[in-house]
Design a protein around this ligand. Sequence first.
Ligand SMILES: [Cu+2]
Length: 119
Amino acid sequence: MRALAIGLAAVALLAGCGGNSVTQPAGSTKVNMTEFKFDPAAITVAHGKVVFFLVNAGNTAHDLAIRDSKDNRIAVSELVSAGDSSVFTVDNIEAGSYTIFCTQQGHEASGMKGTLTVT
Ligand SMILES: [Cu+2]
């Protein structure tokens, strides 16, 4: 009994460290972020509510922003630290062609961008 209690305490401690790693929500679109790209870089989703699951598998912080064909930024995720993951929800996105990019200095210019097609 005592050993079990110690074991559970160890598990709780392990779960408490390592940042904001979360599990992927059902129906979300997983996007891996590294230096300096999104994978996949071409994403297609249905219009309406869109949920991205951002996984930073790189060595520096990244985010994911969306701009429309008129260069208006319509949404930006939180900054995701290296090794962390984050759920990014965009409510009510309209059908169209969008660009995804990382807002961190120099990242888009280094190739960290892609396309988002909303059908
Ligand atoms: Cu970036």
